[in-house]
Design a protein around this ligand. Structure first.
Ligand SMILES: *[C@@H]1O[C@H](CO)[C@@H](O)[C@H](O)[C@H]1NC(C)=O
Length: 324
């Protein structure tokens, strides 16, 4: 996807920043909201797997599991399976899995907001002011050479992140006092959860994909965001299929481009239940006897579908090592 090209460079950069300024949260490489939808069936297997793990465990737990040896990862998965099977009939069914995924997602967001609220607002004031947030997260930029600030590394630049955060902050700030309450701060950190934040989420997505900055997405930009083919290779089937989808389905007014409204329909479709779709996907992946529910054995057999471990994600574990 867009930003994942040079994790080592990014890691070193963040480490450097960490050494300069310790104790406050640093801007992390920002993930696109709804990024996962793009990866689902697009041949990006590593990305899809990571997404499955984050849905099943929550993002922070998924990182923890990535550090574990396979045996320990399986053992903990077994403990989780017993929790998911709430009616204790020995099977994990669609309803139970869906409830579990909703629970882990809620828990992750609550924990994340709590962690960031406390770190930016140690006095537990009613609000966090933008100036405080900006200083904590981007204050190091004031010391940097302006020339370095202009440099982009694969689309990743602190300046662009600051601009994006500023706009998102202003949208989340419903009462316009430039300070966010905990509820507003939750919208800021997790705009994907909030109807109120939809427009800014769409705008961010369009900007990410719209390489020529004309405010709309061409079919080449749409494909280019999912697939980086080399010229000598023929495009895989799924890419051809996506071109067709763009033409017949996404580009509703047939002008050859996706506007904000069309992007909105694409990334935030009506009546789409993420937890249910993900539960069906996980059951499909592990349901060896096709009875549409999973035994503990079926889940443990396919443990890499549900959770990571060092064996499958060793590279990423190295990059993330400083977080633990
Ligand atoms: C919390 O509020 C107090 C009193 O207004 C203020 O002095 C302090 O700087 C605030 N803390 C933060 C982190 O903004």
């Amino acid at each position: 996807m867009n930003y994942n090209c040079q994790p080592l460079v990014l890691f070193l950069l963040l480490t450097l920043v960490t050494l300069v300024l310790s104790g406050v949260p640093k801007p992390e490489e920002s993930k696109r909201v709804f990024d996962h939808d793009f990866a689902q069936h697009m041949g990006d297997e590593q990305h899809s797997k990571q997404y499955d793990h984050e849905q099943f465990l929550g993002e922070d737990q998924a990182k923890t599991f990535d550090q574990l040896a396979p045996e320990e990862s399986r053992r903990r998965l077994g403990v989780i399976v017993d929790k998911i099977d709430t009616n204790k009939d020995g099977f994990v069914d669609l309803g139970e899995l869906k409830a579990w995924i909703q629970f882990t997602q809620r828990r992750y967001i609550q924990d994340d907001v709590e962690r960031q609220w406390r770190s930016h607002n140690p006095d537990n004031n009613d609000t966090i002011h933008w100036d405080t947030y900006r200083k904590n997260v981007y204050g190091f930029m004031d010391e940097m050479d302006p020339v370095d600030l202009e440099k982009e590394d694969n689309g990743f630049s602190y300046k662009a992140m600051l601009t994006r955060d500023r706009r998102r902050w202003s949208v989340a700030d419903r009462d316009g006092d430039d300070a966010l309450t905990r509820t507003e701060f939750t919208d800021f950190l997790h705009p994907e959860e909030s109807e109120y934040m939809r427009d800014v989420v769409v705008a961010e997505t369009v900007e990410d994909i719209d390489k020529d900055n004309d405010g709309k997405i061409s079919v080449e930009e749409y494909i280019g965001d999912m697939y980086r083919g080399t010229d000598d290779n023929e495009e895989p089937e799924w890419v051809k299929h996506e071109r067709e989808t763009f033409k017949t389905f996404r580009d509703k007014d047939n002008d050859g481009f996706l506007n904000n409204e069309e992007v909105r329909d694409w990334i935030i479709p009506h009546d789409f239940d993420h937890a249910e779709a993900e539960s069906k996907h996980l059951i499909y992946e592990a349901d060896s006897d096709s009875d549409e529910k999973l035994t503990k054995e079926e889940i443990l057999e396919k443990y890499d579908v549900f959770v990571g471990s060092q064996a499958t994600d060793f590279g990423e574990a190295l990059v993330r090592h400083d977080e633990f």
